[in-house]
Design a binder for this molecule. Structure first.
Ligand code: GDG
Length: 483
């Protein structure tokens, strides 16, 4: 593409994955939306800005990828199978993912993984540099691409660069373990605006940037290398209008009733919906529910649980192990407590259509969201959003970013098995009046903003930053919309 190429886009999103992936349907290969929070959030924003999305297509190498998806232009970045091992399974998933999630699993550090992380980040940066129009805007996403901002700045100093981290950013005590800690911070500081899910995570970053690289300034405005970098919290959320409208669809409401009927019209239906990931606390949650069956707080004829564990990172041996040990817990729970014809736990290791997911949310009396650490957690917000009649109860981990907003939930420390059991007992005991008060408190907060506001507030702060890019600036104007 040349500088004046009309193919160049004013607005470019760079993310690890493209928003589509290949799957088999009745013997045919087809392209479907990739699962996960990012796709749901960004598709609509790009549609309205005629944008271009740069990312990797996934492991499948069959068939031509689509050039557009739902009106968005796509540009694929190639990753070889060796790079996939080192960059994706290695540095992204076995170094950064556990390190940034409280080191729930020990992070592994390998120099070859790091070298490939640098090389692959450069490929994304080059693709973005080629695709973006003069003075355009590039929005880079997530932990796999933390070097891209500075690499892109060196290639294209004219563009505005925003970076958003979907997962937590660890406190200094953990981050300092990383042998390439300076490089990661310097990579991120190539941005004009760095967004995080919650304010204390944004502060973790700014403190480390001051300490490690000698950046100056406040938690929300850093000065480094003669530039100003804004740092703030931009809590992601869901497409509230779409969810509310779907939740009133008679077909989905009927499906919710069918689900309850198929479960034997239980007194209480508990629900968990997560990507199958060790950070989500699924096993711990199921152990808590199993103990409630064992101590008689729950009984097989009145209470039933559905756990959806969406297949995720299936080519990763650690995730395969996680699946097997989770399924061991599932089978023990059912083996010990089910009645003939009515299992206590219905376990679905499937990626469901969103309609079906919504019907499950509508059918459930108690939603269990108990990650050990989570950047935000959109499942919790989806559940709250769709409960338009103010019923339903949410048990929520205090270590999910969503906990800062959903104060009406029954909060738990997800490491505390007794605490999870107690929260479920309390949720079951809470009468309709208390449940309604809690749910309406959560809905008031959640319905204030939707995913468009999230993206707009990030992009507006990025725009604002570029308008007053003067190194002499001294005022502290936090870009945080979260207050
Ligand atoms: C990362 C961060 C942050 C789930 N099962 C199915 C399905 N889903 C959809 C849900 C929801 C999304 O996937 C899951 O989002 P989460 O936020 O819960 O989790 P991560 O995938 O770990 O996302 C997280 C997020 O990024 C956004 O910034 O909140 O903290 O870890 O939207 O609805 N969708 C369909 N079928 C399923 O079976 N269609």
């Amino acid at each position: 593409m040349s500088d004046s190429d009309p193919q160049r886009a004013d607005f470019v999103v760079v993310a690890n994955r493209l928003p589509v992936q290949q799957s088999m349907s009745q013997g045919n290969e087809e392209w479907r939306p990739s699962p996960g929070g990012l796709v749901s959030a960004l598709t609509s924003v790009l549609q309205s800005r005629n944008g271009l999305w740069i990312g990797w297509l996934g492991v499948s190498e069959h068939g031509d990828p689509p050039r557009t998806y739902e009106g968005i232009r796509l540009k694929a970045v190639d990753i070889s199978s060796e790079e996939y091992e080192n960059f994706y399974l290695g540095f992204s998933n076995a170094t950064l993912w556990p390190l940034y999630h409280d080191a729930i699993r020990a992070p592994t550090f390998h120099r070859t993984w790091w070298q490939t992380y640098e090389e692959v980040n450069m490929r994304y940066a080059t693709a973005a540099a080629e695709a973006v129009a003069p003075n355009g805007t590039v929005w880079i996403h997530d932990y796999q691409l933390q070097l891209v901002p500075n690499m892109l700045r060196e290639l294209r100093p004219d563009v505005q660069i925003g970076f958003f981290l979907h997962i937590p950013f660890p406190p200094s005590e953990l981050f300092m373990q990383l042998p390439w800690r300076r490089e990661i911070i310097s990579g991120l500081l190539g941005s004009d605006l760095i967004g995080f899910q919650v304010p204390h995570v944004a502060s973790n970053f700014s403190r480390i940037a001051r300490r490690l690289l000698g950046a100056t300034g406040t938690d929300s405005i850093l000065h480094y290398d003669g530039r100003i970098i804004r740092v703030g919290a931009f809590p992601i959320t869901v497409d509230t209008a779409q969810i509310i409208s779907m939740a009133s669809d008679p077909k989905i409401r009927l499906r919710a009733r069918e689900i309850r009927r198929d479960l034997g019209n239980p007194e209480v239906m508990l629900l968990g919906v997560d990507r199958l990931d060790y950070t989500k606390g699924i096993q711990q949650r199921l152990k808590a529910v199993t103990e409630l069956y064992a101590d008689g707080s729950l009984s097989g004829d009145k209470h039933v649980m559905v756990q959806v564990a969406v297949p995720s990172r299936e080519s990763d041996a650690h995730y395969d192990l996680e699946r097997h040990s989770l399924e061991q817990v599932v089978s023990e729970m059912n083996g010990d407590h089910s009645l003939v014809g009515s299992p206590v736990l219905h376990y679905l290791h499937q990626n469901l259509p969103f309609d079906e997911l919504l019907a499950l949310y509508l059918a459930a009396d108690i939603m269990l969201v108990t990650p050990f650490r989570d950047g935000m957690n959109l499942v919790a917000k989806e559940y709250v959003t769709c409960r338009t009649d103010q019923t339903g109860k949410l048990v929520l981990s205090e270590f999910a970013g969503a906990a800062a907003e959903l104060r009406g939930a029954f909060m738990v420390n997800p490491h505390d098995l007794e605490g999870i059991k107690e929260a479920i007992r309390l949720a079951m005991k809470a009468g309709p009046k208390e449940a309604k008060a809690r749910m309406s408190r959560m809905r008031r907060k959640t319905l204030r903003r939707n995913v468009y506001d999230w993206a707009q507030s990030f992009l507006a702060a990025l725009q604002q930053g570029s308008q007053d890019r003067t190194p002499t600036e001294t005022h502290d104007a936090s870009p945080s919309p979260s207050g």
